[in-house]
Design a protein around this ligand. Structure first.
Ligand SMILES: [Zn+2]
Ligand SMILES: [Zn+2]
Length: 338
């Protein structure tokens, strides 16, 4: 459901179904199970594939230009009329672009959920469902899915989370920290796919043993990139906002200063002095899809879904991820133990 409009996709018999929302998945009680959380994270990353939010906002820029030109060329036309028509047309166009992205992301998100055996229509765990004639029928909502699309079968048993590094927490995600970075990657069959989060947080929580070590090592390598591009803005924001907050608070002592100056500006700047540096440091600027690809493939991990590629048979040098279907070509001289 998005702005009251359900996102529709077809199941594998062509029946129209409503795609489960990311919000419902995030509220699901199975979320305590790291495997479920990792699956939801993969679905959320897949959703970015069809994301046209930025593109639809970008439409507003030409709209502003056109409004400016019309205002200059036709000064006799009432300004209200120009703005009304301009913004209505721009808004309609933005909405259409955004709708166009929906079907793309619905497909990508459904594929990601099914790969983990989660019904894309109702989130039922299809992991234990019997396969008849190559399909699995969801007992909860009746949707029919091709069994070969289910790559991993989970139990989603809740377990205590390991306290070791997981990366961005729920609170950090709520505050928008740790966002940014690449949103898609092209595999070696030239197919655009979702990409793992550069923090690898949920993948690390869900993994155990040596795979966990490899994921942590991959994250360390990924996050080495773009460090300067995160530290410099962080230092700048801390200094600029701190300076502003300090001076706004100080201005309180002068009777000529409007109260709003220190009542509003000072706390806002103080919050900015903490939030902006944090979001820059936890963000992913300077990290590209190529960085993620190199670090993950070097450790035989899928850059699209973080699945273990170690031991997966390679046809020639191409490796077919059993979990998400991405195809990767390993670079020369790679070893999983690195
Ligand atoms: Zn279902
Ligand atoms: Zn994969």
């Amino acid at each position: 459901m998005l702005l009251g409009r359900p996102v529709i996709l077809q199941d594998d018999t062509g029946v129209r179904r409503e795609l489960i929302s990311l919000g419902a998945l995030r509220r699901d009680e199975r979320r305590a199970a790291p495997a479920f959380e990792a699956a939801v994270d993969r679905a959320a990353r897949a959703r970015l594939l069809g994301g046209t939010g930025a593109a639809s906002l970008a439409v507003l820029i030409p709209v502003w230009i056109v409004i400016g030109v019309v205002r200059a060329a036709l000064p006799q036309v009432p300004a209200v009329l120009v703005y009304l028509v301009g913004y209505s047309a721009g808004g309609a166009l933005a909405y259409l672009i955004w709708l166009g992205g929906l079907s793309v992301y619905a497909q990508a998100m459904a594929a990601a959920l099914l790969a983990d055996g989660i019904c894309p229509a109702c989130a039922y765990n299809l992991g234990a469902q019997p396969v008849v004639d190559g399909v699995a029928v969801c007992p909860e909502c009746g949707a029919t899915w091709r069994a070969d699309r289910i790559r991993s079968r989970h139990q989603f048993a809740s377990s205590v989370r390991a306290g070791a590094p997981g990366g961005v927490s729920g609170l950090a995600r709520f505050l928008g920290l740790g966002s940014g970075g690449p949103t898609s990657i092209t595999d070696d069959r030239a197919e655009r796919r979702p990409i793992v989060s550069p923090w690898l947080a949920s993948a690390i929580r869900a993994a155990g043993g040596p795979k966990r070590e490899r994921l942590i090592a991959a994250r360390r390598e990924i996050r080495r990139h773009g460090r300067v591009r995160r530290i410099i803005p962080a230092a700048f924001f801390a200094f600029a906002c701190g300076f502003l907050a300090f001076n706004a608070f100080k201005a309180r002592r002068f009777p000529s200063t409007p109260t709003s100056m220190w009542m509003f500006v000072a706390p806002s700047a103080a919050i900015g002095a903490v939030y902006l540096p944090l979001s820059s440091l936890c963000g992913c600027s300077g990290i590209t899809a190529d960085h993620v690809r190199a670090a993950m493939l070097r450790r035989r991990l899928c850059p699209s879904c973080a699945a273990d590629l170690d031991g997966v048979p390679t046809g020639g040098r191409l490796c077919h991820c059993q979990h998400c279907g991405a195809v990767w070509q390993f670079g020369p001289a790679t070893s999983p133990s690195q």
